[in-house]
Design a protein around this ligand. Sequence first.
Ligand code: ZN
Length: 114
Amino acid sequence: MEEMIIGISTSFSAAHSIPGHKKCGKIHGHNFKVEVEISGRVKENGMVMDFFDLKKIVNEVVAKFDHTLLNEQIEIPTSENICLRIFEELAERGLNVRRVRVSENEDKWAEIRN
Ligand SMILES: [Zn+2]
């Protein structure tokens, strides 16, 4: 049977500064958007995974970053490194993660495709 991809998105608000960066070295904040896609077979209930369950797991991972100073958790908290951290934590929780995108603005994002 074909594999199906499903996805959800969520968001969190956090502050960060990028060490050594001329402009982003100053502490500032973003409303980060996080998009996650997983894949799997469609089960008898017609779902790869309940969207509610997927969103709950992603929100649990993202909650650790919400309203924090990201530098206290990630040494160089670029969108790329935040994306990597989220990808790793979702994979550790057993999800078959295919894509994670972290956007710090509408026109700037980092993405992992697996
Ligand atoms: Zn920034």
